[in-house]
Design a protein around this ligand. Sequence first.
Ligand code: F6P
Length: 534
Amino acid sequence: MRTSWRALEAHHARIGQTHLRELFAADAQRGERFALEAAGLYLDYSKNRIDAETISLLLALAGECGMRERIDAMFRGDVINTTEARPALHIALRTSMEARIFVEGIDVVAEVHTVLDRMAAFAEQVRSGHWLGHTGKRIRNIVNIGIGGSDLGPVMAYEALRHYSQRDLTLRFVSNVDPTDLVEATRDLDAAETLFIVCSKTFTTLETLTNAHAARAWSIGQLGDDKAVARHFVAVSTNAEGVAEFGIDPSNMFGFWDWVGGRYSMGSAIGLSTMIALGAEQFREMLAGFHVMDEHFRSAPFERNMPLLLGLLAIWNTNFLGATTLAVLPYEQYLKRFPAYLQQLMMESNGKHVTLSGEHVDYATCPVVWGEPGTNGQHSFYQLIHQGTPLVACDFIGFCQGLNPLGRQHDLLMANLFAQSEALAFSKTADEVRAEGVAEPLVPHRVFEGNRPSNTLLVDRLTPHTLGALIALYEHSVFTQGVIWNIDSFDQWGVQLGKLLAERTAPELESTTEPTLAHDSSTNALIRRYRRTK
Ligand code: F6P
């Protein structure tokens, strides 16, 4: 065990139970001291159960884990995704045109900008009505077909930046192999005005290819001509052969590279739907926001480095305070898909059980990530966060300027955010409850123990730029945690087994003769019952 980890354990034994009330009482400047600003984001982390020594011990842990070298290795394009033998170079998607980053002797930055320019030209054609469908009608509907990283980034970004989108275009997102997803997304659309973007890094994903084939049948069915595919389907993939096999003209394919992980790909051509909705200029603004945070992460001293500190605080909460879940609570309706986006980013990256060298970890890794926009969550699950038995770490996200001013509503929204983080941190003791005149039997029910840790991210305004910075903040926080846990944050072997078993099971459900089932008795019985009833 690392020396600094042991020191943190000893430190936890000393201050682990110290209440946030005491910590705030001991330092009148705490709210400003444990806060910092970067890339247009303000992070207040003072409502964590930490003191100055906690931070210096966490920074020592980062040093001991070789954080500097690991960050430099990522930015250099070293093979840091060792189990897949690839770099993890999403930062190259948003770096400036003048930068040079080489992978196997090829300058990837030049390639990135070539694709961005092609995307921009295509997006402009669609937005301006110059890209016509097979029957000569302009495109009014864009349906993105993809799953995981080929869906969650695009849908989250579209929802988050809808305010800035071209309103006469309808965007929909289809991910689930459940046919309801595609059927509901297309039922009121005119195929003559509908463009499908098939997004799949591998172009082998069952859900996406199944939906893409069904969408093609729907399109051809309405338009009555196979040739319609050329005007109504484009693809985003690293697999040119797979795209051609599907029947999409390679000139209608936008490429990216295997050094972009699916969950890190929304700044690549996977963001084509985002670019069509926003326009190229605003898409580039979003990339610029990512880049400012990337540069901050790469160059800011560790004690003022926002993603690094956010990652280290997550280590403290997870491994020392025992918080096994993280609630992401945006007080911004436009960020309604942000918790789902972070679920994949965090849990697919850091939900790992072995170290880089394959040894079983003997510490907790990624917490369960979940959340909902405030204030809605306050009327459902906040009860548990305030008075339940698990310790839930919370990230509150709010904006000083609302995008849709309406009376006092934005102030009310933000008053709720501030009130919640305050209520979570500071208790209401039994004596305080009694002093309010509450009857004795009810006193225990009305007590708030407090001392629940939270971060608050306060941003001036939700824009493409600040959204980019916010996402990059979490990406690099995830990286920081992965380095401390010594795991590969860029592979996802855990999703393979289920995929294989589904491939084996599908023919058993479809077969017209009774199949010989060789599963366990539970799965066999479920399959038999399904076959009888379907
Ligand atoms: O679920 C596993 C996964 O590989 C994700 O990592 C990825 O984002 C998703 O499937 C979709 O993959 P693809 O873009 O290759 O269709």
